[in-house]
Design a protein around this ligand. Structure first.
Ligand code: PLP
Length: 228
């Protein structure tokens, strides 16, 4: 087994252990393998191990891989980088998920540019749950308004919310942010039956995020190695 395959297996095991600790079934937490900057050959290696969902941040880099791996018909591409309005078309035409929607205009453009022969684009609203000034995402108070817009756009499917919490070692601060996300997610689920995804947790905070109900963890470096 290659180092890459070993790392993938280790991450899968850690995910399973975190689910055990939180008394959750492992199939309730999806692993998103964040393959940004890594070559298509590495993506395919992990795919052969059973991985289906991959996260990308940079459009050109992603598009090359998506084109190269078209023969993998059940692979699922998630866009997780910042979305500028001049970048919505390639996201609408190449991806299955957009996880970082945080403006009305972006939602509208993704809807308008989604090809008619593709299923609706799955959308997560990015939440600035730590309230840091420089951070992308909407304020929790703005969720209802943006959710209502996305829910009525026919070519989008409102699936849930995502966050990148504060970069801190302070577990109590992190737990507070994850709990706020969990409450927001549960509240949204009561209004929209399509909502089933809470994307939070990365390498360092996977177990804590799972304890607070995460349904998708996004892991890059621990699978693919450091990015140069
Ligand atoms: C890069 C990235 C990740 C993965 O980060 P690693 O530190 O490589 O595990 C997760 N989520 C988002 C939004 C990212 O941009």
């Amino acid at each position: 087994m290659s180092t890459l395959e070993q790392h993938y297996q280790q991450v899968s095991q850690r995910l399973q252990q975190a689910c055990d600790q939180s008394k959750r079934a492992p199939q309730t937490v999806k692993l998103l393998a964040v393959s940004k900057t890594k070559p298509a050959t590495m993506v395919e290696t992990i795919y052969q191990q059973g991985q289906r969902s991959f996260g990308e941040n940079y459009l050109q880099d992603a598009q090359e891989k998506i084109d190269a791996l078209q023969h993998l018909t059940d692979i699922e591409w998630h866009f997780i980088g910042p979305i500028q309005s001049n970048k919505t078309r390639p996201i609408a035409t190449h991806f299955h998920w957009a996880e970082t929607v945080c403006r009305d205009k972006i939602a509208q453009r993704l809807n308008d540019q989604r090809p008619a022969d593709m299923p609706p684009l799955n959308v997560l609203l990015q939440i600035n749950i730590s309230g840091e000034d420089q951070k992308a995402g909407i304020h929790p108070d703005e969720v209802d308004q943006l959710a209502a817009l996305v829910a009525q756009l026919p070519n989008l499917s409102l699936r849930g919310v995502m966050c990148i919490p504060e970069n801190t070692q302070d577990d109590a601060a992190l737990a507070q942010q994850f709990q706020a996300m969990q409450r927001l997610f549960q509240r949204l689920q009561q209004s929209y039956s399509s909502v089933d995804t809470l994307s939070m947790g990365m390498s360092a905070d996977m177990a804590l995020a799972i304890a607070y109900g995460s349904t998708e963890v996004r892991i890059g470096t621990d699978i693919f190695g450091a990015r140069s």
